[in-house]
Design a protein around this ligand. Sequence first.
Ligand code: NAP
Ligand code: GCO
Length: 266
Amino acid sequence: MNMDAFRLDGKIALVTGASYGIGFAIATAFSAAGATVVFNDINQELVDKGLAAYAEKGIKAHGYVCDVTDEAAVGALVKKVEEEVGVIDILVNNAGIIRRTPMLEMSAEEFRKVIDVDLNAPFIVSKAVIPGMIKKGHGKIINICSMMSELGRETVSAYAAAKGGLKMLTRNICSEYGEHNIQCNGIGPGYIATPQTAPLREKQPDGSRHPFDQFIISKTPAARWGDAEDLQGPAVFLASDASNFVNGHILYVDGGILAYIGKQPQ
Ligand code: NAP
Ligand code: GCO
């Protein structure tokens, strides 16, 4: 086997919401594999922060302000990227939000907002980039799903509904566009230490670990939270020619949580 299959040389990768966190880690790995990195975030301050962070790693990224829920803005973004950088070969639908609110206390508006960012936006951005991929004769779409694509838990009804839907959107894009040599897969991260999960890891007033932190440690065979860097290899694999016959698959990168009943209390 030619190991160059895992390279991304000459490819243009758009990672949404990638000023920091999981998206940033994935984009830096794409750069190391040879891709040109394009990212967006919701405001100029975040884009500037991201550009500086990429530059610190020696990466000349292309950053754009775009709210991924705004279909007109996304269309304009893709057009601008195609004019300034080139046609997108790899899309990672990473931008996402979570609201942790008991369902009976969650407004329909709050529920809709999470669905809008975490499910509608991947539809909107995928729809905008697929025509270019069809013209090019290839494409890779990676949707950042979640453990909540498979499991529920208290307070995350909107997020779980969105990520469950994102799993099925992934399978549907696979079904509709596989004949154009477009592979659409998902990555389902476990519990990853990023700003999004920081509230779940806050030290308690007595200095002890957050109860949820302890819970995740007991539910993870690896007995640790994941780092965004744990997602880099799986993302490069799914973005590369090495995965050209992998389609509609959700690759869980969770340290084994989904396989494990959990450590019994001592
Ligand atoms: P994060 O730290 O909150 O970063 C999410 C990024 O998306 C932020 O830059 C955010 O900008 C941006 N964003 C939010 N709404 C946007 C919009 N409408 N348009 C453009 N950008 C937008 O999250 P993360 O932990 O890196 O997670 C990234 C993805 O992985 C998300 O889809 C998340 O659901 C998923 N995930 C995370 C974990 C985990 O444990 N961390 C596990 C499984 C899946 P702002 O700073 O303005 O919010
Ligand atoms: C939560 C967490 C999780 C993670 C991730 C797990 O509140 O349960 O935020 O949802 O973000 O999605 O895969």
